[in-house]
Design a protein around this ligand. Structure first.
Ligand SMILES: Cc1ncc(COP(=O)(O)O)c(C=O)c1O
Length: 320
């Protein structure tokens, strides 16, 4: 990579846009394969964009400690980019995040501090602010409020989609953690297609945009019991509720029918995109995101409820 930056950073972004055809519905959903980013999630974009910006602005010193509250994927991404750039990283992670996420963060040499998931992301965000107040070496990327998070999606993710999908785009569907994707991609696509529908996927158990109280759900990476400020920066047309069971079933279908090794929120986003298709004229063009990789879910319900297609009666006759 140019300017003496680590070559790793050149692997981030420019992910393919995959047309996924669902013949029983006659619908094609266009899914951005963010799970192909080098640490395995869409969060690699934010980690590299915010840390490089901080470096250019002189906000990072050799002894800086990068501290962030995260459901896990941002922690893995910051740990990876921090390792490549030579910075110490401390990740404040919910105790509900899969154990694979913890292993990956530690594998990059970063520290982990756990906090209780049932208290919501606000607990971790406040903890990070306290650490920064007490230690001048701490740098906070502040993914939940940092406008650079949304700007990166507007300048890069949205532009990639526009280049990959010439012609109109009718809807974009995404879950939200920080709201950076919905804000940046929603606004970036709306600049070109003013009538586009921006649809938020929410776990049925935590549909806060529909005024419901957040509760426990199995769609990791989204809806952490907190409505992030970045969501205020985009006009959301609708929220589509998806149950954890439907998300898991679709994620298994993405593996078994499409060969896609993706995490639970990818299934949830596709379910929400298919429901969005029902509200639009036939042939509507809908974009969504496959946000992360399946391998960080071995210990979760995704791998502990066998896909329907795998449960077949034993074949009669034959020997091995
Ligand atoms: C695993 C995962 N990470 C991140 C995101 C998007 O998050 P953000 O709102 O922080 O951009 C999603 C959205 O569906 C997701 O499923």
């Amino acid at each position: 990579m140019e300017n003496g930056l680590p070559p790793l950073l050149g692997l981030i972004g420019d992910t393919p846009l995959l047309p996924l055809h669902f013949p029983e519905r006659g619908v094609t959903i266009h899914a951005k394969a963010e799970y192909l980013n080098p640490s395995g999630s869409i969060k690699d974009r934010l980690a590299s964009y915010i840390l490089l910006d901080a470096r250019r602005a002189g906000l990072l010193a050799p002894d800086s400690i990068i501290v962030e509250c995260t459901s896990g994927n941002t922690g893995i991404a910051l740990a990876m980019v921090g390792a490549a750039l030579g910075y110490r990283v401390r990740v404040l992670m919910t105790d509900s995040a899969s154990v694979e996420r913890r292993y990956l963060v530690q594998h990059f040499g970063a520290e982990i501090v756990l906090f209780r998931a049932d208290s919501g992301y606000k607990t971790g965000i406040d903890m990070a602010e306290r650490m920064a107040a007490e230690d001048s070496r701490v740098f906070l990327p502040r993914q939940f409020a940092n406008p650079l998070n949304a700007r990166d999606h507007r300048e890069h993710t949205a532009r990639e989609i526009l280049a990959q999908m010439p012609g109109p785009i009718d809807a974009v569907v995404s879950g939200y953690g920080t709201g950076g994707t919905l804000n940046g991609v929603g606004n970036g696509l709306r600049e070109v297609y003013p009538n586009i529908r921006v649809v938020a996927m929410e776990p049925a158990e935590a549909a806060m945009l529909q005024g419901e109280a957040p509760c426990c759900h199995a769609i990791e990476g989204v809806s952490g019991g907190y409505l992030p400020p970045l969501l205020d920066g985009v006009a959301i047309d609708r929220s589509e509720k998806v149950s954890s069971a439907d998300a898991i079933a679709m994620t298994q279908r993405l593996a078994c029918d499409f060969g896609l090794l993706v995490g639970t929120s990818a299934g949830a986003n596709v379910v929400a995109a298919l429901r969005t298709a029902e509200t639009l004229p036939a042939g509507a063009r809908i974009v969504t995101f496959l946000c992360d990789r399946a391998e960080r879910y071995y210990s979760t319900r995704l791998f502990h409820s066998p896909p329907a297609s795998a449960i077949r009666p034993a074949e009669a006759g034959g020997s091995s």
